[in-house]
Design a protein around this ligand. Structure first.
Ligand SMILES: Cc1ncc(COP(=O)(O)O)c(C=O)c1O
Length: 366
């Protein structure tokens, strides 16, 4: 079967090997601090009894599942703690395909590239629905693409790479489309704490047996390396997903779960607000420079990413490599995200050197 190594790795390897200083804006690894209580939890863990170094319950520590369930307004039985949002998406997509209600997964274009990769890996087929120029998704377009073959519709809000945040009405209608075709809406909400618009609406707001929500602490707590996420499934779908999680992973990291639980309990809203404020400042710095450089660009309502289009410089891998060598800035080629943004480059605002990167781009494209 043909599933490719994600382009991210190739670009990061190329940037690392470059002969000059490069500002890395390739992947979504936050450069800011995790909550203090996360560090405290990890430190405490080192001194716990040997039994805490053994298998946790496969579906996750009960107290963490209860904490997540209380925050999200669901039953703890519906929560599986996963190896990040990556595994949560895998479980959700596999669960949708194994229902024998179609073999097709509807994805957006542009798309977070791991979804088509997982679809192929799971033996599903993919169909893309184009988003609007501003990244919004028209539920009527999704309805037009849906059919009896549709097993799942996978969306991301706030969106990577467009920065769009879908309003509550869009989320409601997407659930309705899933219901109409006996499919599953899978809503990946891993950037929910980076909603800069205030318009974010979780798919959980629409109660349905046809929607699965995936999420993680990777971005919200700036801990992509700790690997703690979760998925919330309707009661009818949860048991088989738990079995798959157990057979693939046994369980996910116990120290990580402990530290995340500690951080959830001890961290106030100011931590998340500070992170959003930093991001807002970076968006302004970066887009001001893009404006000055005469580029077309997106201003994200959420997530970490800005897409930019420079005249005569399409978003190919070759141009990304050229920009690393000649401009000293590493981004992602737009072509990695589907057919609709091949003219664009994507930059992740997760470096303290956003201003320097912006200046380098302005000089290079002058
Ligand atoms: C839309 C989206 N979903 C999932 C992930 C992966 O999340 P995790 O690190 O929690 O597996 C990312 C990471 O960039 C992402 O952008």
């Amino acid at each position: 079967m043909d599933y490719e190594t994600p382009l991210f790795f190739r670009v990061m390897e190329y940037a690392d090997a470059a002969d000059r200083d490069v500002v890395d804006m390739v992947s979504g690894n936050p450069d800011w601090e995790p909550p203090e209580a996360l560090r405290d939890g990890l430190r405490e863990y080192a001194d716990l009894e040997p039994d805490r170094f053994q298998y946790p319950p496969s579906e996750g520590l009960l107290e963490l599942r209860e904490e997540i369930a209380a925050r999200r307004g669901v039953d703890a039985e519906q929560v599986i703690v996963t190896n990040g949002a990556g595994e949560a998406n895998y479980l959700a997509m596999a669960r949708a395909l194994e229902r024998d209600s179609g073999n097709e997964i509807l994805l957006t274009d542009p798309v977070y590239p791991y979804y088509p990769g997982k679809t192929t890996m799971l033996g599903g087929t993919q169909r893309f629905v184009a988003t609007e120029d501003d990244g919004q998704l028209d539920p009527a377009a999704v309805r037009a693409a849906a059919s009896e073959e549709t097993a799942a519709i996978v969306v991301t809000t706030p969106n990577n790479p467009t920065g769009a945040v879908y309003p509550a009405e869009t989320m409601r209608e997407l659930v309705a489309v899933a219901e109409a075709y006996d499919a599953i809406l899978i809503s990946d909400e891993v950037y929910d704490h980076y909603d800069l618009s205030g318009a974010f609406a979780s798919a959980l707001e629409t109660d349905s047996a046809h929607r699965i929500v995936t999420n993680a602490f990777s971005k919200s707590m700036a801990i992509t390396g700790v690997r703690v996420g979760y998925t919330i499934l309707p009661p009818e779908l949860v048991d088989d997903a738990k079995s798959r999680h157990m057979l693939v992973n046994v369980a996910t990291t116990r120290p990580g779960q402990y530290a995340v639980l500690n951080a959830l309990r001890e961290t106030g809203p100011d931590y998340y607000e500070r992170n959003r404020e930093r991001l807002r400042e970076r968006v302004t710095t970066f887009t001001d420079a893009l404006e000055a450089a005469g580029a077309e660009y997106t201003r994200p309502d959420g997530s970490f990413y800005v897409m930019a289009r420079f005249d005569g410089y399409p978003g190919t891998l070759a141009n990304v490599e050229r920009l690393i060598d000649e401009g000293g800035v590493a981004g992602m080629p737009g072509e990695a995200f589907g057919d609709s943004r091949t003219a664009w480059l994507r930059f992740a605002l997760v470096t303290p050197r956003v201003e320097e990167a912006a200046e380098r781009l302005a000089t290079y494209f002058d």
